[in-house]
Design a protein around this ligand. Structure first.
Ligand SMILES: Nc1ncnc2c1ncn2[C@@H]1O[C@H](COP(=O)(O)OP(=O)(O)OP(=O)(O)O)[C@@H](O)[C@H]1O
Length: 360
């Protein structure tokens, strides 16, 4: 088991990872997903000490690897790493790349190292290129050699840092297939990936990273089908969000409608949908403007889910409850129009606010 306790890491003044604590069980296949720049690579690079954490502890079993004076080669042997950019020695053949570390670090004889290397090259389907130089290989083949080189060190866990990001799309599958094969053989892996289907189908657990930490974790179905937290939902559902908050005394209705139209057009909504959304916003805001009081505020949120094409509008305002949408003061035609354009309208009071959720 890998246990991480209160891990933090900054680059200069830029705090990237804040106080992460998590356990990774033996045999787990962890997919790490999250927006670009959230610290996924930094996190796994800290695990095998390619980056030095600023604080916190990492244990492999009972052994603390973050302790002063630890043997870094031994740590990296246990936690092998496959990089986005392969990192093969360009002047050495495929075979030489694979036997180098086992001879140097594991002190294997050349004969033994070659025997092992050919076995691993066979496993990743590239033994017939053992005498080639990396420059004679495609990106996918180079990455498979890098995986064989990692396996030759008998790691307990392999860390994959976006292993397919540098590849031509036609080569992604051959590398993912090899990783899938390793996973099936029982090897523990931690994979930083932007390949959501791969994460969904191969991982035993998914870490969604955001806000400098593991923002939400769970099984692939937890994360991909039932994400609980807002940012995970937005990331997973590819939600395109618009939000605007306005002080009623300063409101410029036409500016709001312009912003809403711009949002709809940006995400390729058709003219009909765009008109519906802007009309609903117009009706709602106009009705509230009529009863302008001192310092009332309204907020408009639009959410468009690209996966299932669903659209939602949410209005929040801090008017008193009797001023809400279905109250007699609200223009009857507006209510009919809004209801006619939507599949459902839900009203609730939340934290002293009126909240309307409309599904289109
Ligand atoms: N060696 C470094 N020195 C300074 N800043 C760095 C260094 N490495 C990464 N960063 C910054 O730290 C942040 C996190 O980077 P990291 O590569 O860990 O993110 P990521 O989630 O893996 O991103 P991506 O998905 O785009 O690869 C980024 O803002 C990046 O620019």
């Amino acid at each position: 088991m890998i246990s991480i306790r209160n891990l933090s890491k900054s680059y200069g003044d830029n705090l990237i990872l804040k106080d992460i604590s998590v356990d990774i069980e033996d045999g787990a296949v962890i997919a790490i997903i999250g927006p670009s720049g959230c610290g996924k690579s930094t996190f796994i690079r800290c695990l095998n000490l390619l980056e030095q954490p600023d604080s916190g502890q990492i244990f492999i079993g009972a052994a603390e690897i973050t302790k002063k004076g630890v043997n870094i080669d031994a740590v990296r042997q246990k936690l092998g790493m496959v990089f986005q950019s392969f990192n093969l020695f360009s002047h050495k053949t495929v075979l030489e790349n694979v036997i180098l570390a086992p001879m140097k670090v594991l002190k294997l004889s050349q004969e033994q190292a070659v025997r092992d290397a050919l076995e691993y090259l066979e496993m990743v389907g590239i033994a017939n290129r053992a005498d080639h130089l990396p420059s004679q290989l495609s990106g996918g083949q180079k990455q498979r050699v890098a995986i064989a080189r990692c396996l030759a060190m008998h790691p307990e866990v392999i860390l994959f840092d976006e292993p397919t990001s540098a590849l031509d799309p036609t080569m992604v599958d051959e590398v993912l297939s090899v990783i899938r094969k390793l996973v099936r053989s029982g090897l523990s892996c931690i994979i930083v990936t932007h390949e959501m289907n791969f994460a969904k189908n191969v991982a035993t657990k998914v870490f969604y990273m955001d806000e400098k930490g593991i923002y939400e974790s769970g099984t692939p179905s937890d994360i991909f089908e039932r994400p609980q937290r807002e940012k995970t939902k937005i990331f997973i559902n590819k939600l395109k969000v618009f939000s605007g908050e306005y002080k009623l005394s300063e409101i410029d209705l036409y500016e709001i409608l312009r912003q809403v139209t711009e949002y709809c057009l940006k995400y390729d909504m058709n003219k009909r949908e765009t008109n519906k959304i802007t009309l609903i916003c117009e009706e709602y805001v106009t009705n509230l403007m009529k009863r302008r009081v001192s310092d009332e505020r309204i907020a408009i949120f639009l959410r468009y889910n690209e996966n299932d094409d669903s659209k939602e509008i949410m209005f929040k305002d801090n008017f008193s409850p009797e001023n809400h949408f279905e109250s007699p003061d609200f223009d009857e035609m507006s209510v009919l129009l809004i209801k006619g354009f939507t599949k459902s309208v839900e009203y609730r009071r939340e934290n002293g606010q009126n909240v309307f959720e409309l599904k289109l």
